[in-house]
Design a protein around this ligand. Sequence first.
Ligand code: COA
Length: 255
Amino acid sequence: MSWETVDLDRNEGVATITVDRPDRLNAMNVETLEALDEALDEARDARALVLTGAGDDAFVAGADISYMAELDVEQAQAYAELGHHVTDAIETFSCPVIAAVNGYAFGGGCELALAADLRVAAESAVLGQTEIDLGIVPGWGGTQRLSRLVGDERARRLVFFGERVEASEAREMGLVGEVVADDDLDDHVAEMAADLAAKPKHALQAAKESLNQVHESHQSAGLTYERRLWSGLFGTDDQREGMRAFVEDREPDFE
Ligand code: COA
């Protein structure tokens, strides 16, 4: 099945969802988030799910900055709610989700990968929570999920500096679980997904659900907090300047 910017493919228990907006490096606008949400729902009977991006350059280069540039606080709140809804749907999806990070995974793109169970990156992939240079903070779960993988100090460095890290460094810090040659990514992930699809479905579901519980009680409060702070930044001079500078292809001039 396919939507304008998202494709869903199924093969023997493995569903593959591809964000397909390569001319914008698969940046997630509202339409794409909604399509991803529908694709996840459509794929709910899968036994393993792969999430990836179309083209050679990007997994997902983030939330759509052109769209965000003019949002007010209320609109930003709705966008954050949609982003949280979709990342929660990935995190709680009925079977394991593997993010095949085939290129840039910045901001909201990195957060989609963080919501997956497992992350495999191509050697040439680059990841980061880069929002700070747009005058905002991660708003689709990054402030809550990042430190679990990389630890508190590393998470702060990534978020405060907006560092862009190559796949090998991402592997060292635990941001991705594995790095493979670019040409091997699809086959390797397909093999992992096929292995998972052959496992006992209910046991796998129970394992995932139980592993997710470790974070649950703290996270829901944290996500509410993140959404409030994130949308509160819309309408600040730095958010306007940071995003307009990106859209106009110039360096931002922050307060
Ligand atoms: N939102 C909207 N559009 C985006 C985008 C985003 N997050 N990321 C890339 N694009 C668009 C670019 O504006 C460009 O559009 P254009 O062809 O109409 O000019 C197109 O995708 C290709 O990107 P471009 O910047 O020309 O490619 P590049 O190879 O020079 O650089 C990146 C790639 C990923 C380094 C750069 O696009 C970038 O920094 N993107 C923003 C990343 C980011 O901060 N994401 C977090 C958002 S929450």
